[in-house]
Design a protein around this ligand. Structure first.
Ligand code: HEM
Length: 229
């Protein structure tokens, strides 16, 4: 057994099993605990400046990662033009900086606001710190090893597919730069923390509202009748 297999094959499967089993258990037996545990009542100004950029940024970044994984050919086709390649790289980098700014505000808020700090758990800090590592190692990789959007499609897409199809190929990560290996490993760490932390709120994403049928509201009023004299 070598380190590469341990970190990029065994650990990912452990993280996946823990994430699925514990989330399902929580959803079935403690459904009201599956929430972001909003702290808006405790403090709202910093929350606005932190949560909004962070959530928009991280959601878009995760969506682009997902597209690059599911449609790697589309990324190659897009990057075939130098202008489009730079457009993708520069906007991805800017989006990550925007996310980082929101994350720093959220961390700062949790550390300095007495009311928010009083209700925070060690897991709240751990999760924010782990997300920070993901954003920082992502930014560093983008700066130090150019054109990640192309080599992500060539290395990470087959790696992630190999894990999900139970034909693991950890060797695809073995020769990548350390900062990027950390980025990948940290993703599995976040997945393992997912069901034990606020991160579990991600599965409550209110997508149902997008396709929800019209709601019909019917007034039911009791007819007012004069009492007989
Ligand atoms: C698009 C679906 C999402 C919705 C609707 C959502 C909603 C929320 C809400 C309402 C809060 C509580 C803020 C408060 O304290 O009042 C929160 C916190 C949080 N969310 Fe999300 N979220 C979403 C996606 C994500 C994603 C993809 C991540 C990825 C890491 C994430 C990470 C976090 C974290 C770390 C916190 C805690 C922030 C803190 O400690 O102050 N969320 N989210």
């Amino acid at each position: 057994m070598n380190w590469n297999r341990l970190l990029f094959e065994i650990f990912p499967y452990l993280a996946l099993v823990v994430a699925v089993v514990v989330t399902l258990y929580r959803y079935a037996y403690r459904p009201f605990s599956v929430s972001a545990l909003s702290s808006q009542l405790l403090e709202r100004r910093l929350l606005f400046w932190g949560s909004l950029p962070f959530h928009w940024g991280i959601t878009l970044i995760l969506t682009v990662h997902l597209i690059a994984w599911i449609f790697p050919e589309a990324i190659y086709a897009w990057n075939a033009s130098l202008f489009r390649l730079y457009l993708l790289e520069v906007s991805g980098f800017a989006l990550a900086l925007w996310t980082l700014a929101g994350l720093v505000v959220l961390l700062w808020r949790r550390l300095v606001n007495a009311r928010v700090r009083a209700t925070a758990t060690a897991m709240d800090y751990l999760v924010l710190f782990a997300v920070l590592i993901s954003v920082l190692t992502g930014l560093y990789t983008a700066l130090a090893y150019r054109f990640g959007s192309s080599w992500f499609a060539g290395t990470m897409a087959p790696y992630l597919t190999s894990i999900l199809t139970l034909r693991p190929r950890p060797e695809l990560v073995a020769d990548l730069p350390f900062a990027f290996q950390w980025h990948v490993f940290n993703f599995w760490v976040l997945l393992a923390l997912f069901p034990f932390s606020r991160l579990v709120h991600i599965i409550t994403v209110p997508l149902g509202y997008v396709a929800r049928p019209w709601q019909i509201v019917i007034w039911v009023r009791r007819r007012f009748t004069q009492p007989n004299p």
